[in-house]
Design a protein around this ligand. Structure first.
Ligand code: SF4
Ligand code: SF4
Length: 358
């Protein structure tokens, strides 16, 4: 049977407090949060956005979720993990400062923030899975410990994953630093020397010191590079390239297998909410904001594959363009195809337009 994906349409630039009210009504009327039991610790997983990104889901949404979860006599907290990238989210202290700057303070969201992977991203548990690449994956400790999860994801294009939404929020976003390193490990870039200007921007942002400018040209030490893609993102001269044919597919498959690790733990104690507004060319880890289409709506489902499949198809249908033409021209459905190959979730879904509730 195809899983249900509920769709709440929104207008372009609809205010976040109006969206919060609509979402609240649907969550209550459809009893979506009834899997949360009294005394459950509930990890509300999101992404606070990098310094100048503006696409992230806003605090008013989380305040509403905190109210609903507390009404079930459970214990909600907002959670995230550290990134591999430099920038303001590479350790818990800087990351929390950024979250506060973006309005995720207790008075606004009415729940504390607890980083899932500790101060440096190394609090983790190895979780057994039935993957084709891995038999176990490294998941952030507090994700493993809690009873329930509400995974709130912002749909974006993505430079390596094709798109980012629930699967990426689970697979990359809930893994420890080691889990993230393992996922990135085979995706290594190269430098086009004729295009490199020696500007050193890549050197400044590389998280491992793998790329250095020598005699006016960037060079990458393959033994140190973790394939994070930061140099590709910051190079303004198209001097960095990936062998996508080998790399995008591996990375997207690894994201799926790490997502399986979280689902293995939570099974029927997890729900996904995808926001299809402020949709950007690049993910919220990037220090920029480039909206690529009008706002579309909010989706809810218990199946991370079905909700991502529906999100992807709605973005293409409503914009009238293929995502690869608005974001990056790479094969971008590997997360969905590979999930189905592993019998992990369903690419097919019943889309239930919930306009009638309002
Ligand atoms: S950012 Fe690009 S142009 Fe600048 S040094 Fe690095 S590879 Fe060369
Ligand atoms: S060289 Fe590029 S891909 Fe490799 S670690 Fe540095 S920034 Fe990341």
């Amino acid at each position: 049977m195809k899983p249900d994906v509920y769709f709440i349409p929104i207008k372009d630039q609809e205010p976040d407090d109006v969206i919060a009210k609509k979402l609240k009504r649907v969550l209550i009327e459809k009893e979506f949060l009834n899997f949360i039991e009294e005394k459950d610790f509930v990890a509300v997983k999101t992404h606070f956005g990098e310094n100048k990104s503006k696409g992230y889901v806003r605090p008013v949404i989380f305040r509403m979720l905190a109210d609903l979860i507390k009404k079930r006599k459970a214990l909600p907290f907002l959670t995230e993990t550290s990134t591999l990238y430099r920038g303001r989210r590479s350790n818990a202290v800087d990351h929390l400062e950024l979250a506060y700057d973006h309005g995720f303070t207790y008075d606004k969201v009415k729940m504390p923030i607890i980083m899932a992977d500790g101060i440096l991203g190394d609090n983790e548990v190895s979780v057994k899975i039935k993957g084709k690449i891995y038999k176990e994956v490294n998941i952030a400790l507090e994700i493993v410990k809690v009873q329930s999860m509400v995974v709130v994801s912002h749909f974006t294009g993505h430079i390596v994953a094709g798109f980012g939404a629930a699967l990426k929020n689970l697979g990359m976003g809930c893994s420890s630093r080691m889990g993230k390193l393992i996922q990135h490990s085979t995706a290594q870039p190269s430098v086009k020397k004729d295009k490199c200007t020696g500007c050193k921007e890549c050197e400044r942002w590389c998280p491992t010191g793998a790329i250095k400018v020598k005699e006016g040209k960037a060079e990458i030490d393959e033994n140190v590079c973790i394939g994070c893609g930061e140099c590709l993102a910051v190079c303004r001269f198209d001097a960095i390239y990936y062998n996508w044919g080998e790399t995008y597919e591996n990375l997207q498959k690894k994201i799926v297998e790490h997502a399986m690790g979280v689902m293995e733990l939570k099974k029927d104690k997890i729900i996904f909410i995808n926001f299809l507004n402020r949709i950007t060319k690049e993910c919220d880890c990037m220090n920029k904001y480039e909206k690529i289409t009008e706002d579309i709506g909010v989706l809810i489902s218990y199946d991370p594959v079905a909700i991502d499949s529906a999100s992807f198809e709605l973005v293409e249908e409503k914009s009238g363009k293929e995502l690869k033409d608005m974001s990056f021209d790479i094969p971008n459905r590997v997360q969905l195809d590979y999930s189905e190959e592993l019998n992990f979730g369903s690419k097919d879904y019943n889309l239930i337009d919930i306009t009638s509730v309002f």
